[in-house]
Design a binder for this molecule. Structure first.
Ligand code: ZN
Length: 97
């Protein structure tokens, strides 16, 4: 009657392959909220003061999410660009080139 629970080794290797995806998932979650620091709208990555996409999200933005609040930083995925609201002239020029 006492059947041993299934070993969870496979769960661990699945976790390893999920690490690469995790950053993107965290970023998606952070971007659901506006940033209190740089005031970007939901759906856009944080901006540095110069208006460029920041390498990490501002702390005040991701600490609102309980799952991410304990992290020291959340990296902005490399494929994130500034939202359409702030497509500036130099970005347009760079795309055209
Ligand atoms: Zn921000």
């Amino acid at each position: 009657m006492a059947e041993a629970p299934e070993p969870r080794e496979h769960a661990e290797s699945a976790h390893l392959s999920a690490i690469a995806e995790e950053g993107t998932r965290d970023a998606d979650e952070v971007e659901r909220h506006p940033c209190p620091r740089c005031a970007v709208a939901p759906g856009s990555p944080c901006r540095s003061r110069s208006g460029a996409v920041a390498g990490t999200y501002h702390t005040g933005r991701f600490t609102k999410i309980p799952r991410l609040a304990k992290l020291l930083r959340v990296i902005t995925p490399a494929d994130r660009g500034p939202g359409p609201a702030v497509a500036s002239r130099h970005t347009a020029a760079r795309t055209a080139a």
